[in-house]
Design a protein. Sequence first.
Length: 290
Amino acid sequence: MREFSIGDWQLVRDGIHVVQLQPASVNAGLIIGHSGVMLVDTGSSPSQGRELAASAAEVAGRPVTHVVVTHAHFDHFYGLAGIPHVVSIGHENLLHHLDGTNDPDVDPEVIRRDLGFDVSELVGPTDPMGLIKAVDLGGRTVEIVHLGNGHSDSDLFVQVPDARVVFTGDMLETSADPMVGPDSHVDTWPKAIDGVMSNAKSDTLFIPGHGPVATLEEVTKQRADISMLWATAEDCVKKGLTIEDVVADLNGPREVEWPFAPQTVGNALPWLYRALAAKGVTKSRLLPLL
C-alpha cells in the first residue's frame, strides 16, 4: 500500500494556490472566485480526493464547487471518485479510462494492492468536454481547453487569464523529464503547447503536473525538447536503427544527440517507434541515380 499525504498549500498569485500530493509528487491546484471554488486535479484515490477537497475548502473558506481533471492518469484522476456533489470537468476520453486498463501506470490489480480501492469505484466527470469550456467563478473566469493530444489522449490546460496562470497537467513537468507512455502523442504534443503559449504573457506562470512553477521561457525550452525527441526518433527510424541499436548508443558512444536523459529516452523508444510505424515512417531507401 502506497503512502498518501497532502502537503501545505502554497500561494501562487491572488486566489490561486498549489499543493503537492503523494505518492506521485503531483501538483493539485485551487482557484478561488467570489462565488465559486475550483480544484484542479484530484490525487490518486477516492480517499485522497475527499481529503484534498476538505483541505481546499479550508483554504478557500467555503466548499469546492468545481473540479477539473487535466488527464486520465491515476495520480490526477482517481481522486475524483471521492469528490461528489460538485461540477466535475474532464476531457470526454476520460470515460474510456474508468476500468483502469487504459492507464499506462496501473491495472485493476495494482489499484487494489497499491492504492487501496476497487476499480469499480472510479467515476467520470459530470461535465465531459471536447475542445473548450469557460467557467465563471464570480469575478474570475477560468478557461479550460483541449489543444490536442500530447502526454495523453485527454490533456486539458486550465487558464486563469486575470491572474496570468496556467495549469498544464503533465503536458509540462519541471521535476523530471516529461513522461512518454503508450497513450502519448509526441508528434502533436509541441503544437498543443504552442496553442497555450500563444495566449501567454511574459509574466505568465505555468503550474506543471509535477515540479516547481515554470516561466514562459522554461515552457518554450521543454516544447523544443519534445519536438526534438520526435524528430530524432524519426531520423533514427529512417536510418534503419532499431530500438536495440539506439539503446546501445545511449549506453555507449552517444553518437545520436537526444534532449533528455538516457533512461527517459529508453523508456520512450517503444512508444515512439510504434507511433512512427503507424504513420508509415520506415527506413529510407536511396533512389538509383540512373
